[in-house]
Design a protein around this ligand. Structure first.
Ligand SMILES: O=C(O)c1cc(=O)[nH]c(=O)n1[C@@H]1O[C@H](COP(=O)(O)O)[C@@H](O)[C@H]1O
Length: 282
């Protein structure tokens, strides 16, 4: 499939053929230690290579968390660049978890970093924060259209502190998250089979309580270490559960460094997700 097809089309295809699971590559210092690796660049490189080699040929999405690579400066970024390239070559879509957000003119530089096709860190999609105003994301949204990449916009995050901002009442009486989700729906209008602007909605939330019909993917972190399970997905996402990309990082990674154990942990989550989505009957 051509990489220039819109991200939403490529993601839908990956979800349908591989199942919708996203595994996060989060090289926490504690995980490096648990894997018998030093908390240094060599340890980071080994950890990342093991995770990519074990998982990139089977999950729809791999989501490296940029912070754990930035921690090591330029040499950590070099490990990240290589991981993105290898994961994409093995057929996984790479969602760069960078959670960027800034005034529009600076957002343009972030968009070039992660979404311009000739950038060393070009990824299939990137996470962004809309809380400088949805319009501040315009350069990323435009760049995504140009390169066939995607943008995942934080809506309702998995952490309990998020509600203070995201559930706050906007000028029109709805929650800020609901306002952001409406913007996302507008961006995705008419896209088929799925838009390229996704929302991040934590799997930890109970009933999301907002309209999730954005015609785009819904990244659902919080499964595993943060306490949510695949069985929670129908309750949180209701009729939108078929567009959910459930995301697990430590819940899979803690099974390393053995590649077979990593793979079977991912397969177990994928099976549980399939059962949960099927049971929702949507
Ligand atoms: O955008 C994200 O991926 C994200 C959004 C959110 O609301 N909550 C959340 O946990 N995440 C990320 O998802 C990952 C969760 O990791 P685990 O708790 O180990 O599965 C981390 O990399 C978080 O930064």
């Amino acid at each position: 499939m051509s990489p220039l097809e819109p991200f939403g089309t490529r993601l839908r295809h990956a979800m349908d053929t591989r199942g919708p699971l996203c595994v996060g590559i989060d090289p926490h210092a504690s995980l490096l230690t648990a894997w018998g690796l030093a908390d240094d660049v060599a340890g980071l490189e080994r950890f990342t290579r093991t995770a990519v080699e074990a998982l990139a040929d089977r999950v729809a999405v791999l989501k490296p968390q940029s912070a754990f690579f930035e921690r090591f400066g330029s040499r950590g970024i070099a490990v990240l660049e290589k991981a993105v390239e290898e994961a994409r070559a093995a057929g996984a879509l790479v969602l760069m978890d960078a959670k960027r957000g800034d005034i529009g003119s600076t957002m343009g530089a972030y968009a070039e970093t992660f979404l311009r096709k000739d950038s060393p860190l070009f990824s299939d999609a990137v996470t962004v924060s809309p809380y400088l105003g949805f319009g501040s994301l315009r350069p990323a949204l435009d760049q995504a259209v140009l390169s066939g990449s995607g943008v995942f916009v934080l809506a309702l995050t998995s952490n309990p502190e998020g509600a203070e901002v995201q559930r706050a009442t906007a000028a029109d009486g709805s929650s800020l998250a609901a306002v952001m989700l409406r913007h996302m729906a507008a961006e995705n209008e008419g896209a088929d089979p799925l838009g390229s602007v996704g929302a991040v909605v934590g799997a930890t939330l109970g009933d999301a309580g907002v309209d999730l019909a954005i015609n785009g993917p819904l990244l659902a972190p919080g499964i595993g270490a943060q306490g949510a399970t695949p069985a929670d997905l129908p309750r949180v996402f209701g009729a939108a559960v078929g567009n959910v990309v459930p995301s697990v990082s430590r819940g899979v990674l803690r099974h390393g460094p053995d590649a077979a154990a990593l793979r079977s942990a991912a397969d177990r989550f994928a099976d549980e997700v399939r059962e949960a989505v099927a049971s929702a009957g949507v």
